[in-house]
Design a protein around this ligand. Structure first.
Ligand SMILES: [Zn+2]
Length: 228
């Protein structure tokens, strides 16, 4: 059985003047009889995540493994839903969160406390973390950012997280928010595009790439807006 994925919470880039809603994609990966979550999302999507699992007959207890792309607040705040679950992130990101850049306003300084007591596997470079699931470094947006490449029935699929957040980044090749002063984000973005025939961005519906690399997407995103 090849690896498969299921977008539990669709990423979007809905913003308002002075802020944004922090809706990052939360993707369930199934491979080798195990279920992993790639990122756990923001508190604002906590109920969406629980409801999405329930709609599949699952609860947080059915998730075997948590993989973090990076530690921005919109990707990590539901970690407590998965107590005791083993986790994977990069060694670079684990080191980074102990002393984030002063200009980094999206990495909460309390993230190390969220990881206390966790069984943590730290990746270095490219590593197979489950059968047919490779974690590879995509630094730039954050110094230790990782993305996942899955061998699926539909070909290579990249779960990019914030190494490729939106269609605009894919078309311009320029990352919007690059906190790492080493400026490796453009190369990471290209690496995501090079590897994936299907790409799940961090804040946009999934893309399909044709043989020439032309990207298309067909998903219509519906997000009811309730004002009160
Ligand atoms: Zn981010």
């Amino acid at each position: 059985m090849p690896a498969s994925f299921d977008v539990l919470v669709p990423g979007s880039s809905i913003a308002f003047h002075g802020g944004f809603f922090g809706i990052s994609a939360i993707v369930m990966v199934t491979s080798g009889g195990r279920r992993a979550l790639f990122d756990v999302g923001h508190g604002v999507t906590r109920k969406m995540l629980i409801d999405a699992l329930a709609a599949r007959g699952l609860s947080p207890a059915d998730i075997d493994l948590i993989v973090l792309s990076h530690c921005h607040f919109d990707h990590v705040l539901n970690l407590d839903l998965f107590p005791g679950r083993p986790m994977i992130m990069s060694r670079d990101e684990r080191n980074y969160i102990e002393d984030p850049f002063a200009h980094d306003w999206v990495t909460p300084r309390f993230v190390p406390a969220l990881l206390e007591g966790r069984e943590l596997r730290l990746t270095e470079g490219e590593e197979e973390i489950l059968p047919d699931v490779i974690a590879f470094p995509t630094p730039g947006h954050s110094p230790g950012h990782i993305s996942l490449e899955l061998a699926t029935e539909d070909g290579p699929t990249v779960l990019a997280a914030d190494a490729l957040k939106t269609a605009r980044e894919a078309s311009t090749g320029i990352p919007d928010l690059e906190f790492d002063p080493q400026k490796r984000g453009r190369a990471s973005l290209q690496e995501v595009l090079r590897r994936g025939r299907t790409i799940v961005p961090g804040h946009f519906p999934p893309f399909k790439a044709d043989e020439r690399g032309k990207l298309t997407w067909s998903d219509v995103q519906e997000l009811p807006l309730i004002l009160r």
